[in-house]
Design a protein around this ligand. Structure first.
Ligand code: XMP
Length: 513
């Protein structure tokens, strides 16, 4: 995969910044996101074929709003401003912005001008777009012409074709905009002159070749969690350097049922590498004994993981390279913050001072999650691993309410396995973003045969979401819930009641702790 062509997505704090970059990449053009605080000199040197200004939550007249030097419009690089980015483009070029008499939210009908220019080429004169704005461009700058409008927005799109500067008030990156994809394609190919060289086909060959060159005959170590990112890095490194790679897998005993064995079998059967599984369930359980405060539990699990992992690395002795599964979203600086504040790289491992490596290897740092999954599939990783749902670092620790005991882990693993089995059998696995069981610290009275029982309450949680910042509870059919409840109470000992969580996020979170 080469990336000679690059588009800059200049981030003004809009919620869709990553989505814009993803959509550009869907058209086989590499997109890079930088915060609006990036200096113009860096943009000049970047070799960009085009620049997209993202939306943002602000009004251009607000002094605290993110702005940029108007010189960016004179670089000769094509520009597409979206939403706040459109207003900013107009404002920088001398146009006027006002608060619209009526804001537009949601799906709105757009009408393009008779001659609507390259950006709208091949797009129907009337179509549906996604709007979300209170301000609008009330007077386009000199040299610009209006190319589309809506009932409430007299300038829903404008262009200065000569300077290749375009702006749209709506969001072409969201799927509700009927011809958003075609519009982006026009911008990339007809206006920026891209040819589309960001293709996944040769990513593996090129990455493997460059890893071989970088690592030479040295050794490399990787912390494998069983998650998608570290698994794909493991597969790539195994292909590149085989036994020079050692993967360390810390099994804290808080994985889902049989998951530790699955990870071990996958990597020892399918790939050439040294695989070290460190079973430290007892050590974790010991530290977690009688601790029920969620934050304390998280901290203990984090600290024990750190100690176990780096302890093992020390045991392994000198290794030149340390690899990790950092992906592109982990590296993006937020457009909202100030320039030197970089988003916390939660995927980047904290390293003790006494351990030094010659270099850090992050082969996935340019890829979005779905691109990582595509690479994983091509490398032959099992679908179960590649399409794995998110799983929290502290594992089942945040799904066991109250103190963590061996018995509660076992009950939860069994109940969760039943839930997952039924969801898979009934085709719900790929439709939902995440689903799992939780074991509460509550025991309730029940009846089994002629006997009174006093056993645990299991809660099922299933959500749909685009980004996990907000989520809705999944409308699973009653019959399926009935089947799961019936199986859990029959097959899992010490459970006599099952409930289904019908709370969205907010106010709840996805996990229970
Ligand atoms: P919440 O519970 O915050 O979860 O609504 C949102 C998403 O994040 C996952 N999650 C975590 N992932 N380490 C992780 O790597 C964690 O400590 C953690 N806590 C929650 C959760 O599973 C959901 O997908």
């Amino acid at each position: 995969m080469s990336k000679n062509e690059k588009i800059l997505v200049l981030d003004f704090g809009g919620q869709y910044n990553q989505l814009i970059a993803r959509r550009v990449r869907d058209h086989k053009v590499y997109a890079e996101i930088l915060p609006y605080t990036v200096p113009l000199s860096k943009i000049k040197k970047g070799g960009y074929k085009g620049i997209i200004f993202t939306g943002g939550p602000n009004s251009v007249y607000d002094e605290t709003s993110p702005h940029y030097t108007p010189d960016i419009l004179s670089l000769g690089i094509p520009v597409l401003g979206i939403c706040y980015g459109a207003q900013l483009t107009a404002w920088m070029a001398g146009g006027e912005i006002s608060t619209a008499p009526k804001g537009e939210y949601g799906m709105i009908e757009l009408r393009t001008a008779k001659s609507s220019g390259l950006l709208f080429e091949g797009i129907k004169r009337r179509s549906t777009v996604w709007m979300s704005h209170d301000d609008y461009i009330s007077k386009p700058p000199k040299g610009f012409r209006i190319t589309a409008k809506t009932d409430s927005c007299p300038c829903a799109a404008m262009e200065n074709a000569e300077k290749k500067i375009y702006a749209v008030q709506f969001h072409p990156e969201v799927t509700h905009t009927e011809f958003g994809s075609e519009l982006l394609h026009n911008f990339l190919y007809k206006i920026c002159g891209c040819r589309g060289d960001w293709v996944m086909d040769d990513f593996i060959d090129k990455t493997v070749a460059s890893l071989r060159e970088q690592i030479g005959s040295e050794k490399v170590i990787l912390g494998l969690s069983g998650g998608v990112d570290s698994s794909v890095v493991a597969a790539l490194l195994s292909k590149a350097v085989g036994k020079q790679l050692t993967c360390v897998f810390i099994d804290h005993g808080l994985m889902r049922k049989d998951e530790g064995d699955f990870v071990e079998n996958t990597f020892t059967d399918l790939f050439d590498m040294n695989f070290v599984r460190v079973n430290c369930k007892d050590r974790f359980l010991e530290k977690l004994r009688n601790v029920s405060d969620p934050e304390k539990k998280r901290k203990i699990i984090g600290k024990e993981f750190y100690n176990a992992f780096w302890g093992e690395i020390r045991k392994a002795g000198a290794t030149a390279y340390f690899a990790q599964g950092t992906i592109y979203p982990d590296c993006i600086e937020s457009g909202k913050g100030n320039a030197d504040k970089i988003k916390t790289h939660h995927n980047r491992v904290k390293m003790p001072k006494d351990i030094k490596f010659e270099g850090i290897i992050e082969p996935l740092k340019d890829l979005f999650k779905d691109e990582v999954r595509a690479v994983g599939e091509k490398l032959g990783l099992p679908a179960e691993l590649v399409h794995r749902q998110p799983f929290p670092g502290p594992g089942l620790g945040v799904r066991i309410i109250g103190s963590i005991t061996e018995e509660k882990i076992r009950i939860l693993q069994d109940a969760d396995a039943v839930f997952r089995d039924e969801m898979a059998k009934n085709g719900y696995e790929s439709q939902l973003s995440q689903f799992f069981a939780v074991i509460t610290d509550v025991k309730t009275v029940g009846v089994m045969g002629d006997h009174r029982t006093y056993e645990y309450l299991i809660v099922l949680r299933a959500v749909t979401t685009d980004n996990f910042m907000t989520a809705d509870w999944a409308r699973i059919p009653y019959d399926l819930l009935a089947k799961v409840s019936n199986r859990i109470t029959n097959e899992v000992s010490h459970v006599n009641r099952v409930a289904y969580d019908i709370t969205s996020k907010p106010p709840a979170t996805v996990e229970w702790e």
